[in-house]
Design a protein around this ligand. Structure first.
Ligand code: TA6
Length: 299
């Protein structure tokens, strides 16, 4: 069990975390988790054409999205500023059990973020690796004197042998917004297992009445990885579950070709399964914490 700092691509610093036969890597740039290998199985995808220049968001891994998803506020970059922040620092490493380790990175509001968004906050990205699974959670604390509204999302790129061969169970009967449609009305998912035959860009909506269950990804019908998620708002003496939506994205050949750091040939190699609080802006009062978590269990 260990957590060591190494030189990554182009000399960018990264942490390598190991527990039993599992390995995780996370770049300080954006606190972007770029590798999860469990018993020799690579679960996280990073584009062969990703740009590691310490400026651009890394194409792949688990980019952290906050305080906006997409670009509702044109004054701020798409998906906010955490995924490109150069201010992330290691804040703790804790061995929890013989095969379980937790590592935390933090950053907070600074000159750069205040250019886009006038609030004080602390952000912590906590990674817990064990021999059976990987859990990571983005925690945003409002350290301002005023309440703010925000989105959060974990933009996870799951590596798959081929997008043509995978199915995902768990979405049936849920409503989703199809970002590729001109209509913004929710559509109902009818498929027991979602398959991919063209570009997909959807937000599955989590509600107390219809909560999104664990999602099971299969390759040629065989279990591959289970993806679960949770969002919470924590106050001084209580917490409440928040709706946790799930974005499902694959750009397919044309859009992948338009992204220079991805490339047309690479679209079959991943599917993005992204838990987030994105359908509604979440209000956070001073001192409250929003916790957004995802668990990957290789099957
Ligand atoms: O999460 C899906 C999405 O919002 C898509 O609409 C797509 O544009 C993608 O994120 C990638 O965004 P990026 O800013 O990383 O190019």
């Amino acid at each position: 069990m260990s957590c060591v700092q190494l030189e990554g691509i182009n000399g960018l610093p990264k942490l390598q975390i190991t527990a039993a036969k599992s390995v995780v890597e996370v770049y300080f740039h954006g606190a972007t988790l770029t590798k999860y290998v469990a018993n020799g199985k690579e679960i996280i995808y990073v584009s062969e054409n990703a740009i590691f220049d310490g400026v651009k968001a890394i194409r792949g891994g688990v980019p952290l999205v906050f305080p906006q998803f997409s670009r509702p506020l044109a004054s701020m970059p798409q998906h906010g500023f955490l995924r490109t922040a150069s201010t992330w620092k290691l804040s703790s490493t804790t061995v929890l059990a013989p095969d379980e380790i937790t590592v935390a990175l933090t950053t907070s509001a600074n000159e750069e973020t205040l250019k886009y968004w006038p609030y004080q906050f602390n952000a912590t990205f906590i990674i817990t690796l064990s021999s059976t699974h990987l859990k990571y959670s983005l925690q945003i604390q409002n350290t301002d004197n005023n309440a703010f509204l925000c989105h959060t999302l974990l933009h996870t790129y799951i590596k798959v042998p081929s997008i043509h061969d995978i199915t995902i169970k768990g979405f049936q009967n849920l409503s989703y917004i199809d970002k590729l449609s001109t209509s913004s009305l929710p559509v109902q998912e009818t498929h027991a297992a979602v398959a991919f035959t063209s570009e997909v860009d959807r937000i599955y909506i989590d509600t107390p009445a219809q909560s999104i269950p664990d999602l099971d990804v299969a390759v040629e019908g065989k279990p591959y990885v289970r993806v679960s998620k949770r969002a919470l708002r924590v106050t001084v003496d209580a917490f409440e579950d928040l709706p946790c939506d799930v974005v499902l994205w694959n750009p397919w050949v044309k859009k992948a070709g338009e992204l220079a750091d991805l490339g047309a040939d690479n679209f079959p190699k991943f599917v993005c399964i992204e838990p987030g609080t994105v359908i509604n802006w979440i209000p956070l009062e001073p001192q409250q914490i929003l916790v957004l978590e995802q668990v990957l269990v290789p099957l």
